[in-house]
Design a protein around this ligand. Sequence first.
Ligand SMILES: C[S@@+](CC[C@H](N)C(=O)[O-])C[C@H]1O[C@@H](n2cnc3c(N)ncnc32)[C@H](O)[C@@H]1O
Ligand SMILES: *[C@@H]1O[C@H](CO)[C@@H](O)[C@H](O)[C@H]1NC(C)=O
Length: 244
Amino acid sequence: MALTIFILQLAVCILAFPFYLLNFLGLWNRFCKKLFPYFLVRFSVMYNERMASKKQELFSNLQDFVGPSGKLSLLEVGCGTGANFKFYPPGSRVTCIDPNPNFEKFLIKSIAENRHLQFERFVVATGENMHQVADGSMDVVICTLVLCSVQNEEQILQEVLRVLRPGGAFYFMEHVAAEHSTWNYFWQQVLQPVWYLVFDGCNLTRESWKALERVSFSKLKLQHIRAPLSVEVVCPHIYGYAVK
Ligand SMILES: C[S@@+](CC[C@H](N)C(=O)[O-])C[C@H]1O[C@@H](n2cnc3c(N)ncnc32)[C@H](O)[C@@H]1O
Ligand SMILES: *[C@@H]1O[C@H](CO)[C@@H](O)[C@H](O)[C@H]1NC(C)=O
């Protein structure tokens, strides 16, 4: 099986040769960072349509975490184009973090379309190092489709714990590795190297629930589902929230 996967990986990589060439020349990364927001803005519309009921369900109890200030202090990590803004309760004070500065103009548009929110700032940083955000300053932190592309899941989750106030919550919705006995997992492994290159560092076989279980949240509410998306390899999903 391992050999079959390797041979198929090789075949897919050969088909993707132009990408590898650009990558080798150091051009792909720059190009990809610029282009990715345009792709994501389209993808997010489709994703929000298909996942509307799940996102509504997930975010329905955000209000429960409003802190003493009376307004929800919310940090979105890996915010991308701001596809989740419409699900946040009115008056939420939203801070955004993303390492890719090219998202700013898309964020500005989303902010303009979501006047029910109070936008605080956009910080260009990775989730692994959010030193610009003070300890215990957030009621909730949100990540959707982010843990697949971070360098170090546990480091991000430690940072999330640091910026959350005690009793605050971390909300997530992520695509993850399929069950190992399935054909889907087989294809996830075959496509992985090329997918990683083309989709800005997205890893198809992350078992993100394990990282969430390892980090010391006081409560973890997590569900595995098959998301109704048309690309099978990203259908296995987890979503839920964890309380500090
Ligand atoms: C697939 S997009 C999802 C965007 C958005 N959260 C959504 O649901 O539409 C992945 C996002 O994670 C960001 N990202 C990549 N590496 C990251 C890291 N180490 N820390 C925080 N965000 C990261 C990317 O720039 C991109 O905006
Ligand atoms: C993707 O995730 C899997 C499982 O965590 C890991 O074994 C693999 O090395 C990762 N690939 C990349 C390119 O980070």
